[in-house]
Design a protein around this ligand. Structure first.
Ligand code: DC
Length: 229
């Protein structure tokens, strides 16, 4: 009797959205994921959790070996949009400016990036995944069906971050935010391991003059076009 060969499993589709800090990527990515009922991977949150946990344990963010060793012991979970570390909700603690800077510092370590690959791949489950970060389309999901590089000028991003902090009644100094974004961009783009670059097959989406809805609609339209090919 001839047993038919099993047909290859179609891969779960991934939409990769990469771009610099404060580009509005997170908001847009979450809305696209909701519209498609896709799972959502906020990869920046993983680096933030590592920065937070290492800080708590007095580990130097520049010590690659110690940072990666600590990361391997962490139990990180996303539940209903909240981030849990070893069953404690640390969603607010990882969103501070200090931890944002720390995330950018720990993210330069290749050994840490390698330690987080399997965890990121585990998010790829049906019906699909929206992966948000810096290296989603270039390194983690190079076979993503749609890759978007979402950006805006540093000034626009600084203005948005400034407004966001004011809205939360937190101290906000526009010049300091602008300077910090320049520093963070330089580190994210200049690192040797998985630097922030636009994938060759990504679509550039500049959001300076776009509303959130326009950016979301643009991505949904491009996804539909890719899937109908
Ligand atoms: O997106 P975010 O601001 O939460 O990311 C925090 C830092 O994490 C960012 O400065 C760079 C790093 N990061 C990274 O190196 N690779 C990713 N895929 C996501 C974030």
């Amino acid at each position: 009797m001839i047993t038919p060969a099993p047909s290859p499993q179609p891969l779960v589709p991934v939409i990769a959205i990469d771009g610099p800090s404060a580009s509005g990527k997170g908001t847009v990515a979450q809305l696209v994921a909701d519209a498609l009922s896709f799972h959502y991977l906020d990869s920046g949150a993983l680096y933030r959790v590592v920065a937070y946990a290492t800080h708590q344990n007095n580990i130097d963010w520049d010590d690659a070996t110690a940072v990666a060793a600590c990361a391997k012991t962490l139990h990180i979970q996303f539940k209903h949009g909240q981030v849990f570390l070893n069953d404690t909700d640390i969603s607010d603690q990882i969103r501070t400016e200090t931890i944002g800077k720390g995330a950018s510092r720990v993210a330069v370590h290749a050994v840490l990036r390698a330690a987080l690959v399997d965890l990121q791949h585990s998010f790829r489950t049906a019906p699909g995944l929206l992966a948000d970060g810096r290296d989603m389309g270039t390194v983690i999901f190079p076979d993503a069906v749609l890759k978007i590089f979402l950006t805006a000028t540093t000034e626009t991003r600084a203005k948005r971050r400034h407004q966001q902090l004011l809205g939360k009644h937190q101290p906000a100094d526009y010049q300091a935010i602008l300077q910090d974004l320049h520093t963070r961009d330089a580190r994210d783009k200049g690192r040797a391991s998985a630097p922030l670059i636009m994938a060759e097959d990504a679509i550039l989406l500049e959001t300076d003059n776009l509303t959130i809805t326009e950016a979301v609609d643009f991505i949904l339209l491009n996804y539909q076009q890719k899937m109908c090919k």
